[in-house]
Design a protein around this ligand. Structure first.
Ligand code: GLU
Length: 445
C-alpha cells in the first residue's frame, strides 16, 4: 500500500488537513504500507514556502511521520533524486498533457490557450471504500476542466492524477469535498487507459452547530499551530482527530496513534459528517495532561513558553506534579504564571473582603506580613523566598497574631495571586520575585 497526504501550501495546516494526514498515516501503518508527503504547489500565486514549512512542522509536532517526502532524499530507478513538490515536476505533466492532446482526449481552448480535458463519457462511476459506488452525470461536473494553463503549468487535476500514477499510489484517501474532483480525475485516468487507485473519501468535519468547520475560522481556532500555541497536547489532538469519522473496534475512546494504527481499518469510517466538538478535545487534553510524565509536561511547558514568548521559569518535578493536580492544561499553567509573574499584575482588595473572616484581622495580617518581609532578605541570596523560608515567615506571623490557618492562607493567596484557591501558595512563592511580592502586598495595607 502506498498512500499520500498532498496538501496545497496555500495556508497553515488546518485541523481538517491534519485529520486527512492522520488517516493516511494510520492506514499506511495498519497495512505495513508507506506514507508520502507531496506538496501540491501548482498554484504559484497562492503557494507559499511559509505554509509548506508550517505543514511539515505541525505534522512533525503531531508525530505523523512520512516515509517519502520533500525533506527525505529518495532516488528513483535512474538514481535521480525524486521531487515531492509539484512545482518541480512540470515536465512530467507537460508530457501527459501532450499525450492527451495528441490522442484527442484534450484540446486547446481557443479563448485563452489553456488545455482542457475533453469529456468523452456521459457518466462517470467509481468505487469508494466509504461511499460505495459513486456516479456522476458528466455534465453535472461543470465545464471541461483546464488541465494545463496557457503558461505551461499544470492544474491540480492533472498534477494530482499524474503524480498519483508516477508515485504508484494505491489508495487515495482525502476529504469528501474532493468527490467531484475525483470524478474528474477518473475521467483523466480513463482517457489515459490507466487503472484506478482505490478511493476513500473522509466525512466532512462540521462545527457543533452543523456548519462547515472552515467557515468558522475567525471565531474558534481551526489551525493546528493555534492549538499547539494554546498548549494542546499532540496526543490529545491525535486521539480527538482519530475519532473524527472513525471509531475504535472496541469502542475505546482513549488511545495513542500507535494503538489506533494496530486496529485501524477503512470500514470503520462513517459517511455522516463528523462533529468537531471542542469540549471533547478539551476533555482529551485534560486527560492526557493529568496522566503525562512530568518530563513530558516540562518539555510542553517549554514549547508553550517559546510559542507564546513567555519567560516562566524552570519548574521542578515536584512543582509540575502539583500543577498536574491543580490545573487542567498547559495553558492554564502558562496563563496563570504569566499573570502572577507580571510586575503589573494587581490583586483586587474587594476579593480579600469576600473571604470568610474578620476584615480587620485580614488587614492586620497583611500589614504584619508586609513589615516582616520588606527588610528581610532571602536566606539563599536569590531573588525569591524559598518554600522553607516562606513557611517559617507564615508560621511566625500566624502564631504571633493567633490566626486560623485558613484565614492566613486565603488572605495571603488572594493578595498575592488574586485567588483564594488554586495551587499551593508555598510552591508558588519560590517563583515570584521578592520585590514583586512586596509591591503586591503594599497595595493592600
Ligand atoms: N492538494 C489538494 C488539497 O490540499 C488535495 C490533495 C489531494 O488530492 O488529496 O486540498
Amino acid at each position: 500500500m502506498r498512500v499520500r497526504f498532498a496538501p496545497s501550501p496555500t495556508g497553515y495546516l488546518h485541523i481538517g488537513g491534519a485529520r486527512t494526514a492522520l488517516f493516511n498515516y494510520l492506514y499506511a501503518k495498519s497495512t505495513g504500507g508507506k506514507l508520502l508527503l507531496r506538496i501540491d504547489d501548482t498554484d504559484p500565486v497562492r503557494s507559499k514556502k511559509e505554509f509548506e514549512e508550517d505543514i511539515i512542522l505541525q505534522l512533525k509536532v503531531l508525530g505523523i511521520n512520512w516515509d517519502e517526502g520533500p525533506d527525505i532524499e529518495i532516488k528513483n530507478s535512474q538514481g535521480k533524486v525524486q521531487s515531492y513538490r509539484q512545482s518541480e515536476r512540470l515536465k512530467l505533466y507537460q508530457a501527459v498533457a501532450e499525450k492527451l492532446l495528441s490522442q484527442g482526449s484534450a484540446y486547446i481552448d481557443p479563448d485563452d490557450q489553456s488545455i482542457r480535458l475533453k469529456y468523452q463519457q456521459d457518466e462517470v462511476t467509481f468505487n469508494d471504500k466509504i461511499y460505495g459506488t459513486v456516479s456522476f452525470p458528466v455534465p453535472s461536473l461543470g465545464p471541461e476542466p483546464v488541465i494545463m494553463k496557457a503558461d505551461g503549468r499544470a492544474t491540480y487535476h492533472l498534477g494530482s492524477v499524474v503524480d498519483d500514477l508516477d508515485m504508484e499510489i494505491s489508495d487515495v484517501i482525502r476529504g469528501q469535498d474532493h468527490l467531484t474532483n475525483t470524478a474528474k480525475h477518473v475521467l483523466i485516468l480513463n482517457a489515459l487507459g490507466e487503472k484506478l487507485p482505490n478511493f476513500a473519501h473522509l466525512p466532512l468535519i462540521l462545527g457543533s452547530d452543523g456548519s462547515k468547520l472552515s467557515k468558522r475560522a475567525e471565531k474558534d481556532p481551526v489551525l493546528v499551530r493555534d492549538f499547539i500555541k494554546q498548549g494542546y497536547l499532540p496526543e490529545a489532538i491525535n486521539n480527538f482527530l482519530a475519532l473524527l469519522g472513525w471509531s475504535h473496534p472496541e469502542n475505546k475512546e482513549t488511545f495513542t496513534i500507535d494503538e489506533a494504527a494496530q486496529v485501524f481499518s477503512l470500514d470503520r469510517i462513517h459517511k455522516a459528517g463528523a462533529i468537531f466538538d471542542r469540549n471533547k478535545l478539551n476533555w482529551f487534553n485534560e486527560k492526557y495532561f493529568k496522566s503525562a510524565d512530568t518530563s513530558k509536561i516540562y518539555s510542553y511547558l517549554k514549547t508553550y513558553e517559546s510559542n507564546n514568548e513567555l519567560k516562566l521559569k524552570d519548574f521542578t518535578d515536584e512543582e509540575i506534579k502539583t500543577f498536574q493536580t491543580e490545573y487542567n492544561s498547559i495553558s492554564e499553567i502558562g496563563t496563570f504564571f504569566d499573570e502572577i509573574f507580571n510586575e503589573d499584575f494587581t490583586t483586587d482588595p474587594e476579593k480579600i473582603n469576600e473571604i470568610e473572616g474578620d476584615n480587620g484581622e485580614k488587614k492586620e495580617l497583611l500589614k504584619t506580613f508586609y513589615n516582616f518581609i520588606k527588610d528581610l532578605p532571602t536566606e539563599d541570596g536569590s531573588s525569591c523566598y524559598s518554600k522553607e523560608q516562606f513557611t517559617k515567615i507564615c508560621n511566625t506571623i500566624k502564631n504571633s497574631l493567633k490566626l486560623s490557618p485558613k484565614l492566613l492562607w486565603q488572605t495571603l493567596r488572594t493578595a498575592i495571586i488574586g485567588r483564594p484557591s488554586g495551587p499551593d501558595l508555598k510552591s508558588i512563592i519560590p517563583l515570584i520575585k521578592r520585590d514583586i511580592l512586596i509591591h503586591r502586598i503594599s497595595k493592600h495595607i
